[in-house]
Ligand binder design. Structure first.
Ligand code: PEP
Length: 249
């Protein structure tokens, strides 16, 4: 299935001080030109969320990189879905491989975060992806489809309520990208997983690709079967490179 609009999302990770908000301003000024082709999102660190939202205007969405599964409470260092929603955030990335690795987040924990996001009207982007070792052993498809089956909410109450992102761990921040054939194979398998789980509504979930997406490779990746957008790390930090990816739509 081919979506009319693709989702181009930037994940700033632990990068960006107040001065970086100028990049948000530059991105916000331009993405409106592509509004018929895409939905655009930047996920800055939590400290920049209100500042980013103030500059984002109507054409750029702002989201967070993680949320806690509980509504509030004694969870030092965490932020809740409600806090993200209150500042006008509309998306949250959950289950990024850096959280799964560095913070030992299980599929079950990621699923609880995605459900918390839905409870506050945020759209979660649920991430999945295999290690190089798993790919070399031929285990990538089985592992990743199971990860998504176990990390996504039990049910969806409307079309396009969540997005997912396939990010092979070996392609994140390494300059290596998966081949378009490997991406297509995985995205088709993930589509089947979503339709098995949600029925027809599974076709309305965007499946993003992430892993060293940049202006030079965006066109090929964004026009690969069942690729409904991109989750961009490094290349989202500068307006020029993020807009270069947007221009490939
Ligand atoms: C990411 O980690 O979400 C990502 C895709 O990073 P990069 O684009 O830098 O590989």
């Amino acid at each position: 299935t081919q979506k009319n609009k693709k989702l181009i999302a930037g994940n700033w990770k632990m990068n960006g001080l107040q001065a970086s908000l100028k990049e948000i301003e530059l991105i916000a000024a331009k993405v409106g030109h592509y509004a018929d082709k895409g939905t655009f999102l930047i996920c800055p660190p939590a400290t920049l969320l209100p500042g980013a939202k103030a500059l984002a205007g109507d054409d750029l969405n702002i989201g967070a990189q993680d949320c806690h599964s509980e509504k509030n409470g004694a969870y030092t260092g965490d932020i809740s879905a409600e806090m993200i929603a209150e500042i006008g955030g509309s998306f949250v990335i959950v289950g990024h491989s850096e959280r799964r690795e560095g913070h030992h987040e299980s599929n079950e924990a990621v699923k609880a975060k995605a459900e918390a996001a839905l409870g506050q009207g945020l759209k979660p982007i649920v991430c999945c992806g295999e290690t190089l070792q798993q790919r070399e052993k031929g285990e990538a498809i089985g592992f990743v489809t199971q990860q998504i089956a176990d990390s996504t909410p039990d049910s969806l109450s409307k079309d396009g309520e969540i997005a997912i992102a396939y990010e092979p761990i070996w392609a994140i921040g390494t300059g290596k990208t998966a081949s378009v054939d490997d991406v297509a194979e995985m995205h088709v398998a993930l589509r089947k997983t979503l339709v098995d789980k949600y029925g027809e509504r599974g076709n309305t979930v965007e499946i993003l690709y992430g892993g060293s997406v940049k202006p030079e490779n965006a066109n090929a990746l964004l026009h690969t079967q069942d690729v409904d957008g991109a989750l961009v790390g490094g290349a989202s930090l500068k307006a020029d490179s993020f807009l270069g990816i947007v221009a490939a739509l």
